[in-house]
Design a protein around this ligand. Structure first.
Ligand SMILES: *Cc1c(COP(=O)(O)O)cnc(C)c1O
Length: 394
């Protein structure tokens, strides 16, 4: 047998990736360094500026050693979540970040020929989740950067299988209330799975609850996802969870990784749930600093800056005047901070800025004031020069 001929690749006979996989633009994570490699303070990934609960850190260190597999069902963690949120542990599934669960929801319920629907400027993972399973992503128009229930419902077709709504939404911070959420669910055909992504749910005031958990409890076609990455300060451990009808949870359990949450992650998350004081402190800090930052941005309204109203731990700032978002991004980087510019999400005129410490926010506000001045300066000067020329030639 001619072995050479047998193993020599013929033209075009290399492994061919699926075309729907090649249509994916890989997720772009928030930056932590400048173009020249200089480290930047990260206000680009919505992490908790207060760090992690000390109790969670201690539990992480006391977790079982890494030579044994973790609890495949994350039983203790699911029971802790159930107790904390007054849920049934059998209706909870944990994931390697809620990112895994969002992907599994799409994969479990949609495929080639199906449509996965979400709103414009929605969370970037939804497009990837749709394409990964061969489904077609469908993007509904937004209403002033927020979820427009009528527009979403208007995009539903017989092929729609999954609808994703981040509430509050990332990167815009926009949020819809319980009434809108109920109308959205009521307007969807029964066979459509509504995934309510509450990654920032812990930042909401109690009266801003969107009712997602109640919908997931009462209906067979609602899944709510949560994460330990944001207010709990455990982004590096990759722990998320979801709750829904037992049948929906069973689908995710079939296709998730069998040991998808680490021992250290499970232990840390249980302790983080118990440290209500850390969570309260994080929420309060965020509310105070977010309000202060939004007020500072509103002070630059005449210079064309606007803050999209946010219920998350970040603010989307729009740049409609002389100062462009990309220029502001550079000025902020020169001051030592990374924030998020999202031209690939239809937001070339905006920066998403995570709420950091008070000192971080002071620095960002100073940069924005200085940069708007700088941007107005040359333009004002050239306008003066044009006027002068006109006078001279008159
Ligand atoms: C940050 C975020 C997540 C959480 O991702 P993890 O995988 O849990 O870290 C999910 N949805 C939205 C909208 C987010 O902003």
């Amino acid at each position: 047998m001619d072995l050479e001929a047998h193993i020599a690749p013929e033209a075009g006979m290399t492994p061919q990736p699926k075309p729907w996989i090649m249509a994916i633009h890989a997720y772009v994570p928030g930056k932590s360094a400048a173009a020249d490699g200089r480290p930047l303070i990260k206000l680009s990934a919505n992490e908790n500026p207060l760090g992690t609960s000390p109790a969670a850190l201690a539990a992480r260190h006391a977790a079982p050693l890494p030579d044994v597999y973790p609890d495949p069902d994350a039983g203790a963690l699911r029971r802790a979540i159930a107790a904390h949120h007054d849920l049934d542990a059998d209706r909870i599934v944990c994931g390697t970040g809620s990112d895994e669960l969002l992907n599994l929801a799409a994969q479990g319920f949609a495929g080639a020929g199906d449509e996965v629907l979400y709103v414009r400027h929605g969370f970037a993972v939804y497009d990837i989740a749709a394409r990964r399973c061969g489904a077609t992503p469908v993007v509904a128009p937004d209403r002033d950067y927020g979820t427009d229930v009528d527009a979403l419902l208007g995009c539903v077709t017989p092929r729609t299988k999954v609808v994703f709504v981040a509430n509050p939404n990332n990167p815009t911070g926009a949020w819809i209330g319980a009434n809108d959420m109920r109308l959205l669910h009521a307007g969807l055909p029964r066979h459509v799975l509504l995934v309510i992504d509450q990654a920032y749910g812990e930042y909401l005031d109690a009266h801003d609850d969107d009712g997602g958990m109640a919908l997931a409890h009462a209906h067979p076609n609602v899944l709510v996802t949560r994460t330990f990455s944001k207010i709990y300060g455990l982004a590096g451990e990759r722990i998320g969870w979801a709750t829904g009808a037992p049948e929906v949870v069973a689908v995710l359990n079939r296709i998730r990784g069998p040991f998808n949450v680490t021992s250290a992650g499970q232990a840390a998350a249980i302790a983080a749930l118990g440290d209500t004081q850390f969570v309260r402190r994080s929420r309060d800090h965020n509310a105070v600093e977010r309000a202060r930052f939004v007020a500072a941005v509103e002070n630059l309204a005449e210079q064309g800056l606007r803050a999209v109203p946010s219920k998350g731990n970040f603010v989307l700032v729009l740049f409609k005047g002389a100062l462009q978002a990309e220029t502001a991004l550079q000025a902020i980087a020169e001051a030592g901070f990374a924030v998020r510019w999202l031209p690939q999400q239809g937001l070339p005129h905006a920066l998403r800025i995570t709420i950091g410490t008070a000192a971080h926010m002071d620095a960002i506000m100073a940069v924005l004031r200085h940069a708007t001045d700088q941007a107005a300066g040359p333009q004002a000067r050239s306008r003066d020069a044009t006027l002068q020329q006109a006078e001279d030639s008159a």
